[in-house]
Design a protein around this ligand. Structure first.
Ligand code: ADP
Ligand code: ZN
Length: 720
């Protein structure tokens, strides 16, 4: 039999079938050198070996075999992204304890009785249990979460505050009832939901772009499609950007279908992940809400895939296997023969063009639901303001914030920059502090009391004296990050309660989500946030959004700079005035109010913006009208990367044969990361060209030195 393992070998290996036989798709354990590794029976062996020398498959694991459609999906995804198949298999078998037989385990939950003696560590354990919302957890998870030794937990069991019990390891998920609490749709929602329900009922592949402003009811509409999928007894998958997977979404599903969907993301415990993986494969989880890696779950009967906020950049996996979950969702749907729904207020240009050219169906939701209106948008021209060097809030914005505080409403100040200040400069010699391992400037994080490299994560303390000229006490921050903006806000609005939302300020995704929930309930007057606030949260009291620097995203040379700025600012502005009776206002600070992107953001003629953007890309032969692939070479040896890069550039015959061009080698925009020098080549091809095959042939010609790494990024999103 041919067995594919997760080891980086690049090919399927031949093994003798075990006693009792095995079938394609079976999860098996095979010997590999001195080790035992997991694999999947991929098909018949290649043969041609001495049968006597062939090693045997040791055993077949007690897990549902990988379905043929999953094997096909992994193979196609590997071909498309030029990722080795074993790396794809790793994505699809990330289930802890996959081969273990179903068993019982010991779990812990609160009894509801206070212990007689309540120490601080004991309190932490009880808090941790409360945070799990009554769900039973294992000893290892509980002590890790509470940061205590297992004896503290055991002590609480003795004291009667915690119950210890045996439970089957993996329970099915509670069933969802599609008719539990139907919602009455209105206006455009009715026809859109009908179209999606029909797509599910058609039992065949289709992709639909569902476009509607934030608050127009996209979620309600695609949940109708989920309901139809449930009625047909098939499984539904909704992908969300990780941070949007909040209790708000889960609670909404629960209100509607009587039970929560199964959750899959990095914050889910290993126990829960194993359970979900198994239940999904047995059809005992009907509805999964997950981050991008949920695409690789072994659904038994997938009937619908929804990608919410489909434009979101976090769908692009930027490390390891470089794939875009949105595109892979469409691929998976096409293989399963089920509909894919891409929902967004500001679709990616790719999806917009696919819809315009008829490859995707398109549904539009016009207005906001009910009486909630879209925010008014105004530019604030910063040029005549003459703000002092350490101030970023204009007079007009400050007055609007004050008015909100007086009315008990919330304001959001958006600045897409983590930390305190992006640059630290020596006032004596002009030296700027950089990272020792990367060509990037260190960002001051006052909250952590350190300088941090946003490229590699390296940190160091803020020096007293300039590392270059040695003068003491002259190091100064330049420019704002959210932490510094918070200082200005505290200074200007001393009476206001301020919350800063930035991914690095929270120890865990859960802590961040709790903070978001607290804000939604009115726990802050002013919210200062990075792009994490742009994603799908509902803050009912929020009526003002101030964009501190709308020009920030427009400075780079990135192909998608305009698109990104447009999406981000419109998304953030969409946070304002989501509830009826409170009209929102968005004030956009800019030094270039006449810039076409800023005008498009304010003017609201979105279709005109997409048309202009699409036309520019078409003329330039850029995606989605042409195809790009990025090749990143990296090595500790700078001469080596450039030599190999030049060699690749010279050997471009396989690319020329398909009419593709290669640019570079050039230093990557960040030329050194973690001590490795990086150069980039960019390959540009026509829309229909067989790019992957040509790339594979091209790269195979050049022998790569051992220390050199080569990564291929098909359809690159960022050009770092
Ligand atoms: P979107 O996903 O487009 O941002 P939502 O589906 O979250 O929009 O809808 C915005 C708000 O309006 C939510 O609180 C939602 O429950 C509510 N809503 C939308 N449509 C309806 C409806 N037909 N009936 C009741 N509430 C609705
Ligand atoms: Zn660094």
């Amino acid at each position: 039999m041919g067995v594919l393992t997760t080891e980086p070998l690049g090919r399927v290996l031949d093994y003798r079938a075990p006693e009792g036989g095995c079938d394609p798709g079976d999860y098996v354990v095979v010997p590999l050198g001195p080790r035992r590794v997991m694999g999947v029976v991929w098909g018949p062996g290649e043969g041609g070996f001495d049968a006597a020398k062939l090693r045997g498959i040791e055993r077949v694991l007690d897990a549902a075999p990988m379905r043929e459609e999953m094997r096909l999906f992994l193979a196609r995804a590997a071909d498309y992204t030029l990722t080795p198949l074993p790396a794809m298999l790793r994505l699809a078998s990330r289930a802890p304890g996959l081969g273990e037989p179903p068993a019982v385990r010991r779990v812990y939950r609160a009894s509801g009785h206070e212990p007689a003696r309540l120490t601080e560590p004991r309190q932490r354990v009880l808090d941790a249990l409360a945070a799990y919302g009554g769900a039973p957890v294992t000893l290892a998870e509980l002590s890790a979460e509470a940061g205590v030794t297992s004896s503290v937990v055991k002590g609480l069991v003795k004291a009667g505050a915690i119950v210890e019990e045996e439970a089957p390891r993996d329970l099915p998920y509670p069933p969802l009832d599609p008719g539990a609490a139907p919602v009455r749709l209105e206006g455009d929602q009715v026809a859109a939901a009908e179209a999606l329900v029909a797509a599910v009922a058609a039992d065949s592949y289709s992709t639909t772009l569902l476009k509607g402003v934030t608050g127009s009811g996209k979620t309600e509409v695609y949940l109708e499609a989920v309901a139809e999928c449930l009625r047909r007894g098939r499984q539904a998958l909704v992908l969300l950007p990780e941070i949007a997977l909040t209790s708000e979404f889960l609670a909404r599903v629960e209100a509607r279908f009587g039970a929560r969907p199964a959750e899959w993301h990095s914050g889910v415990t290993a126990t829960e992940r194993r359970r979900l993986w198994r239940m999904v494969s047995e059809g005992q989880a009907q509805f999964v809400a997950g981050a991008r890696s949920a695409l690789f779950l072994p659904f038994r009967d997938l009937g619908l895939v929804v990608v919410d906020e489909e434009h979101d950049t976090s769908y692009k996996q930027e490390e390891g296997a470089l794939y875009n979950a949105r595109d892979m969702a469409v691929l998976r749907a096409s293989i399963c023969g089920c509909p894919a729904v891409l929902a967004s207020a500001t679709p990616s240009l790719e999806s917009w063009v696919n819809a315009a050219q008829g490859r995707y169906a398109r549904l539009d939701l016009g207005a906001r639901f009910g009486a909630a209106e879209l925010p008014e948008m105004h530019a604030i021209d910063l040029r005549p303001e003459k703000l002092p060097a350490n101030r970023w809030i204009s007079e007009a914005l400050a007055r609007s914030v004050e008015a909100r505080i007086a009315r008990g409403e919330q304001s959001l100040l958006f600045l897409n920059r983590r930390g305190y200040a992006p640059v630290t400069i020596c006032r004596a010699c002009g030296h700027q502090i950089g990272c020792d391992h990367c060509d990037a400037r260190m960002v001051e994080h006052r909250f952590q009391k350190r300088l941090v490299c946003h490229q590699c994560g390296a940190t160091k303390p803020m020096p007293e004296a300039c590392p270059s000229c040695g003068v003491e006490g002259r190091m100064a921050p330049v420019g704002p990050g959210v932490e510094r903006l918070a200082e200005e806000v505290a200074d200007r609005f001393p009476q206001a309660r301020v919350a800063v939302l930035s991914s690095d300020l929270f120890g865990s995704a859960r802590a961040l989500k709790e903070q978001i929930a607290a804000i939604a309930e009115g726990g802050a007057d002013i919210i200062i946030g990075t792009q994490i606030v742009a994603k799908g949260h509902n803050f009912p009291l929020l009526t003002l959004v101030g964009v501190i620097d709308a020009d920030l995203g427009l400075q780079g040379s990135d192909l998608r700079a305009a698109e990104r700025t447009f999406q981000l600012v419109r998304q953030v502005a969409g946070r304002a005035g989501r509830s009826a009776g409170r009209r929102g206002v968005a004030l956009v600070q800019t030094c270039q109010p006449e810039h076409p992107v800023i005008r498009a953001i304010l003017g609201g003629d979105e279709e005109a913006f997409w048309r202009a953007e699409a036309e520019e890309r078409r003329v330039a032969g850029m995606p989605p009208y042409g195809r790009l692939a990025g090749i990143i070479l990296s090595s500790p040896d700078v001469a080596q990367v450039f030599e190999t890069g030049a060699e690749l550039a010279r050997a471009d015959a396989p690319l020329r044969r398909i009419g593709a061009q290669v640019f570079g080698p050039a230093p990557a925009p960040i030329a050194r990361v973690r001590g490795r020098h990086r150069v980039r080549l960019l390959v540009k091809a026509g829309k229909g060209a067989p790019l992957q095959a040509a790339l594979a042939e091209w790269i195979a010609q050049v022998k790569l030195p051992a220390a050199l790494r080569l990564a291929v990024d098909i359809d690159p999103q960022s050009f770092l």
